[in-house]
Structures are given as C-alpha cells and as structure tokens.
Design a protein around this ligand. Structure first.
Ligand SMILES: [Ca+2]
Length: 327
C-alpha cells in the first residue's frame, strides 16, 4: 500500500501540472521527492530543472582541440660515449706526384755522379763516353761549384786529356750572344760549342793548367798556339784572362797572349779598355778584348771583313781551344 502511494506521489511529482511546478522548484521539496522517488528517477529518464523538462545526458562530445605547446624543458644530462663504429672501406688510390719523385731521383743521381764522376779528362774511361768521335768523346765530369756537366774530352791530340772549351768547325752555331750565354755555355759538344766561363773559372782557378789553340785555314795551313799557364778569374772580376808562356807556330806574331789580363766582354757587356768603342759589338762576338786587336776566334769565320780572325788572317775554317793540367 505504502509502495502504491509512493508510486502515485512520485508520478505526480515528475509530471506536475503548471500549478504545482513552482512548488516543485523548491529545493527542499525536490530533495524530499528525490529521497522518496530515487528508484523512480533512475527508471523514468526524467529529471526536473526549473520548470523545464530535459532528457538524459547525451553522448560524449567530440574531443576538444589540443592546447598550445608548452615551454621548452631544460636540456637533459649528456649520455655516455657510444661504441666505436665499424672500420671504413679502403679509399681509392692517390695520385703520385711524379715531378717531386723525378726531382728527388735527379738529385740522387747528381750526388752519385759527384761521388764517382772524374774531375778532369785524364780520369775518364773511354768506355764511359756518352758519345764518341775520332779524337775523343763526351763525358760526364764533376766541376766543383758547378756540378756534374757534360764536356768534350780530346783523348788523342798531343797526349790527350784535354777539355775542349771552344770549337768552330761547322759554322752552324751563332757565337754573337749575350753575357748570360757566355757564362753558361752553348752549342753542341761534338760540334761548335763554348764551355761556360763559370765552369772554366772553376776548372782553372787553382792554376797549374795549360792551354792549346789549334786553327786550320781555308787553304789547309795548320796553326798551333800553346800557353803553359792559363787561368780564368772569377765572375766578380768579369772572368779576367791570365795567360802566359806561349809556344807554337802561331805565336811568332801577335797572338792570344796579346789579350792577357783583359776582362771578358759581350755585346751587352763592354769590359774592354777601349773607351772609344765596344769591341764585342764591333767584332760581333764575345771575347777577352783589350782594344779590339789580336784575335777574334768567336767571330764569324764566313766573313772576310775582319770579323773572325787571328792577327790579320781572316780565312779560318776551324778553331779549337782546350785546356788540361800541366804535366
Ligand atoms: Ca769599350
């Protein structure tokens, strides 16, 4: 019976007439009703709110948008060192610097030649010749302060052992050159050539050297001039000529010793004593000129106007100057 009354009361409370609605809004009365009608409330989907009737809560709405990114946190503690990685693959082969290797080889070869190369033509072995002629050949000699140089050794004339330092035989080499060429040397060792003044100074600076000049004229006449003492001064003294002790059939008249104590001159270096002229330019050659006289064995033998001569004789076709240690 009590249950029936409660059911009726509760049914009325949740389906109020407009007249009762205001009364039902009283929180005190609503609490009373709910205490009595709890079962009913849970079963009827009806809940009072003010004077409006609402249904049960709907399904959960969509998730809202995420909030803004928070501030960056403090850096973490550095971790322990990792293990070594695997060994890498072998790289490609590098490029070998051949120029450096070749330069190094050249230096080594030069050092070996300096150790074993003879110092003069009297020390050469004929089978060591780089090339041969009837009278001698080209050999490697070591010249102090200059290095290893190829030189022509006359091994036959008058006992041999001569270093040839000037030769004119073919006329195919120009001898009208500047200072640098005469200091360094030029031409073909087996033919027309000039051994550099610096090498000549180094070879003769200690003295005790003799020198021989051989000349052949176009008519076949053979002349020889020989000097028992021959020495060339240093470059600082313009390779001054020191020559004395003449002999031979070409020394009866004025000869090479007429140029004794002269400095060397070329077309670009006037070191003669003739203040009024430049002998090397006048005679178109390099030489130890004093006042453009005596000899011009570096001149042009093909000219007959006194450009190439030995004391007034212009018809030379061959000349050779050579030196060796005095016996
Ligand atoms: Ca002059």
């Amino acid at each position: 019976m009590e249950s029936l009354i409660t059911l009726l009361l509760c049914s009325f409370a949740f389906n109020p007439s407009p007249t009762w609605a205001t009364t039902l809004q009283s929180s005190h009365f609503k609490e009373l009703i709910c205490n009595q009608c709890q079962q009913y409330c849970e079963n009827t989907d009806l809940v009072t709110a003010g004077n409006t009737r609402v249904g049960k809560a709907g399904p959960r709405g969509l998730r809202g948008f995420p909030g803004p990114r928070g501030p960056i946190g403090e850096p973490g503690v550095i971790g322990p060192r990792g293990r070594n990685g695997p060994v890498g693959a072998r790289g490609s082969e590098g490029v070998v610097n051949m120029t450096l290797i070749e330069q190094s080889m050249d230096r080594k070869i030069e050092e070996v030649h300096q150790m074993y190369a003879p110092r003069s033509c009297d020390g050469v072995k004929s089978d060591a010749a780089l090339s041969r002629t009837d009278s001698g050949g080209v050999f490697k000699l070591f010249i102090p302060e200059v290095g290893v140089r190829n030189l022509f050794c006359d091994l036959t004339d008058d006992g041999g052992n001569w270093v040839v330092f000037q030769r004119r035989m073919y006329g195919n080499v120009n001898f009208y050159r500047g200072w640098g060429d005469y200091v360094k040397g030029f031409g073909d060792l087996q033919g027309d050539h000039w051994l550099g003044l610096e090498a000549r100074h180094q070879i003769t600076k200690d003295g005790n050297m003799e020198m021989k000049i051989k000349m052949i004229m176009k008519n076949g006449v053979y002349w020889v001039a020989k000097y028992s003492d021959f020495r060339i001064g240093p470059g600082s003294d313009k390779y001054r000529l020191h020559v004395s002790g003449d002999s031979g059939n070409a020394t009866d008249e004025d000869d090479f010793s007429g140029n004794n104590f002269s400095q060397f001159s070329t077309k670009d270096a006037d070191n003669d004593v003739a203040s009024w002229t430049h002998c090397a330019s006048d005679l178109e050659a390099g030489g130890w000129f004093r006042s453009c006289d005596s000899t011009n064995l570096n001149g042009n033998f093909n000219r007959t106007d006194s450009k190439g001569f030995w004391w007034g004789y212009y018809d030379l076709r061959f000349s050779e100057m050579k030196l060796r240690k005095r016996a």
